[in-house]
Design a protein around this ligand. Structure first.
Ligand code: SAM
Ligand code: ZN
Length: 311
């Protein structure tokens, strides 16, 4: 098998910030092609690495790539929002580092039949986990007008959300929308011609929105931020790479909430909220890829790495 053409984003920065100890326990919550995991595994002696992905094909593919480190690794087909339970079920009490590299992987985009890409005609699917129930077909053909409009606006920041939703509703009234190609054509038809001349593909924002909805991506990140850091050992690091502002905001707020600790009013004589500080930001500003990395890998352009440490 050819080595997949794929470059892991902010790889050196992640490895450096995870502070890997040869006997530590690490979690890669978004295994993908295993580029980050490979570099973690290489640095382990008696340590352990837990690799999670909700896409079963990622587990299979990266499993082969990481074959040489097999005895140090536990592969789990699951959701990173369940990281805490997954670790507990493996009998792991605490981790020394966790990495989450959000979004879709290049194979998900390249396997055109999965319907993630607006550049190829395929059934409307977009599920990262093909065993989950909700597909893009259901979102596009089943969700009501308000809900559709809201996701295009909120998750896609699509200024023509109303027009696009109206066009989808009109087509649906005639017959179901079956493929990504049909959807692209409907989106194009709904947009003013000036918008069609923009550099960005006219369907890019809508496809992002539908993908986020199908996979409940923001909800999963929120649940992860609420629970996974509790399983970090003191001094353990949390590294999260996000690719758009909606993801980054959840990560940033999640860390801020944990950094703040007690939320009782300043004048309260004793703490009644019970919140204690669990994280501190390692860098105030997120870490961005170098110009050089962006040149070699355009996908890195919008990446932001946030690093926090368990106190
Ligand atoms: C950007 S890729 C990771 C690439 C990887 N770091 C590498 O170097 O090859 C993101 C991966 O995370 C997975 N993923 C996204 N959301 C997830 C979730 N909530 N739980 C588990 N895996 C998820 C996707 O299926 C995809 O394979
Ligand atoms: Zn309090």
């Amino acid at each position: 098998m050819d080595e997949p053409k794929h470059v892991s984003v902010l790889l050196d920065e992640c490895i450096k910030n995870l502070n890997i100890r040869p006997d530590g326990v690490y979690v890669d919550g978004t295994l993908g092609l295993g580029g980050h995991s490979l570099e973690i595994a290489r640095r382990l002696e008696n340590g352990r690495l837990v690799c999670i992905d909700r896409d079963e094909t990622a587990i299979e593919r990266a499993g082969k790539r990481l074959e040489a480190f097999r005895e140090k690794i536990s592969f789990v087909h699951g959701n990173f929002s369940d990281t805490a339970e997954i670790l507990r079920s493996l009998g792991i009490q605490g981790a020394d580092g966790m990495l989450f590299d959000l979004g879709v992987s290049s194979p998900q985009l390249d396997e055109t039949q999965r319907g993630f890409s607006y550049q190829h005609d395929a059934p409307l699917d977009m599920r990262m986990d093909v065993s989950s129930a909700l597909t893009a077909f259901e979102v596009v053909n089943g969700w009501d007008e308000n809900r559709l409009n809201r996701i295009l606006w909120d998750y896609g920041e699509e200024r023509y959300a109303r027009r696009i939703t109206a066009a989808i509703m009109a087509r649906r009234a005639e017959k179901p929308i079956e493929t990504t190609g049909e959807l692209v054509e409907i989106i194009r038809g709904a947009m003013p011609s000036a918008a069609l001349r923009e550099k960005q593909h006219p369907a890019k924002r809508s496809f992002q929105a539908i993908r986020i909805a199908v996979n409940d991506e923001l909800g999963e990140i929120e649940r992860m931020m609420d629970t996974a850091p509790d399983l970090l050992n003191p001094g353990g690091r949390l590294c999260v790479i996000s690719f758009h502002s909606l993801e980054d905001r959840i990560v940033k707020n999640g860390v801020a909430r944990r950094e703040k600790g007690c939320t009782c009013p300043r004048e309260a004589p004793v703490c009644t909220c019970g919140f204690v500080q669990t994280l501190r930001n390692v860098t105030k500003k997120p870490i961005l890829p170098s110009e050089e990395e962006i040149k070699g890998n355009p996908r890195a352009r919008s990446a932001k790495l946030r690093v926090a440490e368990r106190v």
